[in-house]
Design a protein around this ligand. Structure first.
Ligand SMILES: [Zn+2]
Length: 172
């Protein structure tokens, strides 16, 4: 899946999470920032990915140790990121804190990346270190018209969802 599609997924998932948690506008902004970063984070194990290029020594090391779409795309990562979000929500102060919304958004974005890769032709190795890849029944091929259409629909939803909120903020 293309980085732009992952970013659209991360933005949408963090916006949905913010709406579900009834987050304030500043908390929503932090969640979206975390969601965008989280949507790119799993590909840190690929030195040529959009995120991996920015932290090449780390991504080269992770790729050599676990391979691309290894540990970072597994059920271990899903459980780890979910536990991180749960811990953040339960043990840190929600309202004045800046880190909690960011971490919650990061988790939402991370999980959206795995959902996106699950829908792509390569699938995700949820049972890593087993090499078996899990793929959605209706798969899309990276960069094909279905992925671009999906990215367009998700991006359109983001604009429609955000416009009324942006207008409300500008009126204040
Ligand atoms: Zn990936």
């Amino acid at each position: 899946m293309l980085a732009t599609t992952h970013i659209a997924f991360g933005t949408a998932s963090s916006l949905l999470t913010a709406a579900w948690l009834d987050a304030s506008a500043p908390q929503t902004v932090l969640m979206v920032a975390g969601g965008v970063l989280g949507s790119m984070l799993p590909d840190i194990d690929h030195p040529k990915s959009a995120f991996g290029r920015r932290v090449r020594p780390v991504s080269t090391m992770l790729c050599a140790a676990f391979g691309h779409r290894g540990l970072t795309h597994s059920l271990i990562a899903v459980v780890g990121m979910s536990a991180l979000a749960r811990y953040s929500l339960r043990h840190l102060d929600w309202h004045p804190g800046y880190s909690v919304p960011f971490v919650v958004g990061l988790s939402a974005g991370y999980l959206s990346h795995l959902a996106g890769d699950w829908m792509s032709n390569s699938g995700v190795p949820l049972l890593w270190p087993s090499r078996r890849r899990f793929v959605a029944p209706l798969r899309i091929f990276t960069g094909d018209y279905r992925e671009r259409l999906l990215a367009l629909v998700v991006s359109g939803w983001i604009v429609v969802h955000c416009l009324p909120n942006c207008a409300a903020v500008l009126r204040l």
